[in-house]
Design a protein around this ligand. Sequence first.
Ligand code: GLU
Length: 485
Amino acid sequence: MNKIRTRYAPSPTGKMHVGNLRSALYEFLIAKHEGGDFMLRIEDTDQERFVEGATEIIYRTLEQAGLRHDEGPDRDGGYGPYVQSERMKTGIYMKYAKELIEKGEAYYCFCDRERLASLKTEVMDGKEISVYDKHCLSLSGEEVAANLAAGKPYVIRQNIPNEGTTTFHDELYGDITVENSELDDMILIKSDGYPTYNFANVVDDHTMNITHVVRGNEYLSSSPKYVRLYDAFGWQVPVYIHLPLITDENHKKLSKRSGHASFEDLMEQGFLKEAVINYVALLGWSPEDNQEIFSLEELIEKFDYHRISKSPAVFDIVKLRWMNGEYLKAMDFDVFYEMAKPWLERALPHGLDLRRIAEMVKTRIEVFPDIGGQVDFFGKLPEYDVSMYTHKKMKTTGETSLEVLKDVLPLLEAQEDFGNDALYRTLLQYGEEKGYKTGFVMWPIRTAVSGKQMTPAGATEIMEVLGKEEALRRIRAGIEKLQAA
Ligand code: GLU
């Protein structure tokens, strides 16, 4: 069998959305799983949709995501140019369009805007398109030549018969047969001389030796027309794999409005690229077992495209957050610390033991931006309500808390070793002497030193990080608060 060659063929129209990222990832995985080549082709023939800088975003995103292309505009593999506008300059699309005209599979169309506007329209894929009536197919060779000589603007259209059917095969959907009468004579070459996406993708995929075409299932309805082009040229049709829709939590098509739909946005929101790739891999694909955490290498090894699902995949940010948290938990501490440091520095004043605090939060956060909310109390005691001292399970009330805090204050003042272990021993001993349970003693202390219901560490660890002076100041403040209540 020939070496597998896949391509990611983005149009440079902005950020790389999750759907695009998934296409790129699956194409990368399908190629790498079989030791094949993954190619990047920039589809910039739709000049109206072109966005300045978007090509750079594509390079950057692929690089960051670890989806290294073997060939592309910046990496010649002998199939270039890899940018469609440059391919156009070689005359390739026009050459093949003319070949189709000779074969009777395409024709010049000189109809102007007014005439096209008068044609009946049909709704296809939610878009209103006019159904071309083959008017120009009946022009004689002389008429066409005269129009061309007169410089009349034209497009080239695919000639699809009104009778019969067209069948194509998709690896996931199986054989799909459509009535030819439902297929419009789509434009192959536009009046500006550029090829349409519909034509360029066929010419390029063939001439670039692409074996597997992976794309969103919004292209399913156009595929019969592509297959007709391959057949007309006598080319081998590539393996088609159409991917399921990705929806948001409300089962609506994932849109830019969802806010977290692009790779860049997710990076800005503090997600790890490994977690994003892992998560995106599961948007429509699942392994044989229940494994959920995959490195890119593991994905390459396990990715069998036959297991891609046809059902829509839901982009669930809660699940992604969970997954990101799993990556953080598993991360080497030094690596974690380096990444967490800027977030800790942003949330905390100087002088605190950031490494120690990083240890506390490593298993408690899902994404780095969670750090602020977890640790800010170390920097500044938040305003808290006195009712926080009352805890049913610990059996504490405002009164018992006041008593405990008043008792332990002199013990802590006398405490020389303010390390976690020593503090713990002191408080444990106090509890034993009084016949109090540990929680009964620790709850009021932790409340006083943190002002929070939930903290990433216990009372004594927090005190150690705060240092004696600050810890005692907070306990005294707690006593005052309870006395005033
Ligand atoms: N340029 C198309 C897009 O960005 C590519 C679709 C395909 O993979 O063929 O949607």
